[in-house]
Design a protein around this ligand. Sequence first.
Ligand SMILES: Cc1cc2nc3c(=O)[nH]c(=O)nc-3n(C[C@H](O)[C@H](O)[C@H](O)COP(=O)(O)OP(=O)(O)OC[C@H]3O[C@@H](n4cnc5c(N)ncnc54)[C@H](O)[C@@H]3O)c2cc1C
Length: 411
Amino acid sequence: MAPLKILICGGGCAGPSLAFWLARAGHRVTIVERFPALRASGAQIDIRAQGIEVVKRMGLIDVVRSKVVDEAGMSMVDANNTPKATVLANKTGKGAQTVTSEFEIMRGDLVRILYDATKDDVDYIFGVTVERFEQYEDHVEVHFSDGRTDTFDLLVGADGQGSRIRKAIQPADAPEPYRRLGMYMFYWFVPRAEMDTNLAKAYHCPGGRVVMSRSHSPTEAQAYFAFRDESEETRSILKGSVEQQKEFVTQKFRGAGWQTDRFLEGLKTTENFYCQEIVQVRTDTWYKNRVVLLGDAGYCPSPLSGMGTTAGFFGAYVLAGEINRNSEDLPQAFANYEKTLRPFIDEIQVFNKSFLRCMFPDTQWGVSIMHFIMGTICFLRIPELVARFSSEERGGWKLPDFSSSVQDQQV
Ligand SMILES: Cc1cc2nc3c(=O)[nH]c(=O)nc-3n(C[C@H](O)[C@H](O)[C@H](O)COP(=O)(O)OP(=O)(O)OC[C@H]3O[C@@H](n4cnc5c(N)ncnc54)[C@H](O)[C@@H]3O)c2cc1C
């Protein structure tokens, strides 16, 4: 196999995972990340199902385990902090994960782990992006934002859900790639208080709103404020300044009860603030000639699925395997990648929007009914039992066997 010269646009989770496998197979890999430094920020993310097996094959499971957040499970609480329903994590090492994965990790920690595992073999260029590119029969010519031009055998768009590489390869008349789930999420870090334990807590209040807390360190906790909303007006808030976004969420939640006012106080001084519309990315094709999409850029399943990082790991593993197998015929490699991965992505993107109406009710009466139903289900330990006796792999899809290629032989 002749080594290829490969450019990955996006140094989040999926891009460096792909770089890991490609560099091991001897390819020359460059990652451009538009952020001026390693973007090791974000809140808690989880690795589940096939993602755990990929991390094991990367040989990184111990270092990931050393950084996992100690989260015992998640409780729904009322305004007095009284638990109404609690789902514990499945830490038996068998079966599937519950709402709290055995591998909850701060995004920043995972990004750093992936960077450390690749930085000696991969060229990272920060503060630079792909301005435009042209495809030729045997190469891609890339023009960077710093004025340089270079040629590569292939270009990978791993630039997240708002991917510019995706926009560049989609036909002009392609349908909008976002499936909007009608929900927004704002999150930030606050100083940890005595009541913050290793149980994540969710407080539902009328108006389709929920306030969640999770604790990841002895000094800090994470506050999540989410709500159902389909209006165009709210979407425009995401284009406003951080101050406008903070003011919006303050107005939306002030006086909602439980820990809301404490978290809103912390919002004034937090240095970690992020907000997003909850969307899925769905496109008809993930590649065009020598340019291919990976992770959220091609198939974001939304944070509500808990599968975004896993999809990135699984996708990176399959894409690298197919590139190694078909390095002389990249369109074939990409077609195989899409054929193998799409059934898995279709499954994790199954999402019934009416489920959100049930889980985030409009009225206090609705919240009480939801608590009663969830309390009964959790009292019977149904979520833990279902997880314990489910297959670890989502949908039963096994990771493909690339043992005949260089990929798995060196691990
Ligand atoms: C700052 C941040 C915080 C996040 N926090 C959470 C969270 O708390 N919970 C959660 O479930 N998910 C979060 N996510 C999303 C989560 O990381 C992904 O869903 C998942 O890990 C899949 O990873 P990905 O690499 O495909 O996308 P991402 O992790 O989003 O990585 C994409 C990378 O591409 C870079 N990029 C974007 N545009 C360009 C460009 N034009 N040129 C070059 N580089 C570009 C971004 O800066 C980022 O580093 C966050 C993402 C980011 C970027």
